[in-house]
Design a protein around this ligand. Structure first.
Ligand code: ADP
Ligand code: DP6
Length: 346
């Protein structure tokens, strides 16, 4: 009745922003992301019949009411599927900042999906884990897989065709780097993204146009990754990020996640590309102030030194595409490496 799982957050190159069915946690659009190697969540779940209530420890301290409720709701879903009545002890640790736009909810709920389902005795396939994880956080559906991942929105009303699929493994593009630019004073978010996005759906006059553009943009981004082509990929990544930011800023009331430093980083990347006469880097950000700058190993020096000179940049971390959800100890299966994928059932 105990299991431990590790999951990595992801950065979306095509953003999920808008829910068509909140009850079933179904998004309006498909999205595409890169799972990141350096950041991780490690979660242990133990169901214990002697407990009088769920106990949730997040980063070493008892979780506050909001984060605790999210975990308890998720446990309830697992308990009802597995027909388990016991309360649980949940201990989870993020080795990176929580709730500042680095997708702790993605790795947090992917790790919880793995650990809670295994502790409850459910042997879920990776696809089932992805379907389950999205009920905690939409972006968590993608963190079940390493490398480059697409979360298919699906069309069925029951959500049975809504899950993430691995597109390319982490080793697909070894020279691709994500410089994560941590900016000083990044505020802790007052509202979960899943709530903020519904304000955008209801009020941004640009939302419908963005939705119409997304399928073609996603297909082009998928192809550019497949071809390992930065000249095509980098401009598309920035176009998508600008489109996401536009619908956030035109939401009523406006959603502004960036600080002046974040905006200076975007401007710095544009300037680098202009001076190089071709795309050497691409910026993107999620709902938070930190910025991800994608580049290639051969441009790393010049990109890093351009960004380091920007006032308010706390530090830059070099991150690469990361691994699948990991079970510890390993689940039984071919190789028994503990990889979600080693279960052999997608
Ligand atoms: P982020 O950009 O970090 O995903 P959000 O505000 O969207 O920011 O999500 C943060 C929330 O996700 C936390 O307040 C908490 O409710 C949940 N969360 C983060 N880490 C974990 C974790 N390890 N286990 C369970 N829930 C988590
Ligand atoms: C901008 O699914 O992470 O990062 O669970 O409330 O945190 P919460 O929502 P979540 O929203 C993701 C929004 C995004 C884009 C993306 O990751 O696709």
């Amino acid at each position: 009745m105990q299991a431990t799982c590790e999951a990595h957050p992801n950065i979306a190159l095509v953003k999920y922003w808008g829910v068509r069915d909140p009850e079933r946690a179904l998004p309006f659009n498909s999205s595409l992301s890169v799972t990141l190697d350096r950041f991780r969540t490690r979660t242990t779940v133990r169901f214990d019949p002697s407990l009088k209530a769920d106990r949730v420890v997040l980063n070493g301290t008892e979780a506050g009411p909001g984060p605790r409720d999210g975990v308890v709701r998720f446990l309830d879903r697992v308990r009802s599927t597995a027909r388990v009545n016991a309360f649980a002890d949940v201990d989870s640790d993020n080795n990176f900042p929580t709730a500042t736009g680095l997708a702790s909810s993605a790795s947090g709920f992917a790790a919880l999906a793995g650990a809670a389902s295994a502790a409850a005795g459910l042997a879920l396939s990776d696809r089932e884990l992805s379907r389950l994880a999205r009920f905690g956080s939409g972006s968590a559906a993608r963190s079940v897989f390493g490398g480059f991942v697409e979360w298919r929105a699906g069309t069925r009303a029951d959500g049975s065709d809504c899950y993430a699929v691995p597109l390319y493994p982490a080793r697909h593009w070894p020279s691709l780097v994500d410089l994560v630019v941590l900016v000083e004073g990044a505020p802790v978010k007052a509202m979960r993204s899943s709530e903020a996005m519904q304000w955008t759906v209801r009020s941004s006059p640009q939302y419908a146009r963005r939705q119409a553009e997304l399928p073609a943009r996603l297909a082009k981004i998928r192809r550019a990754i497949g071809a390992r082509d930065p000249d095509r990929l980098f401009p598309l990544v920035m176009e998508e990020c600008d489109s996401f930011r536009e619908v956030c800023e035109t939401t009523v009331p406006s959603l502004d996640y960036l600080t002046p430093t974040s905006r200076a980083v975007l401007a710095g990347v544009r300037e680098l590309n202009r001076k190089a006469g071709r795309p050497v880097a691409a910026y993107t950000h999620d709902a938070g102030a930190h910025v991800h700058v994608f580049t290639l190993d051969r441009h790393l020096g010049r990109v890093r030194s351009r960004l380091a000179g920007i006032p308010g940049v706390e530090r830059t971390l070099t991150v690469r595409p990361g691994p699948d959800l990991l079970f510890a100890p390993p689940r039984p299966g071919p190789g028994g490496r503990g990889r979600a994928r080693s279960s052999g059932s997608r």
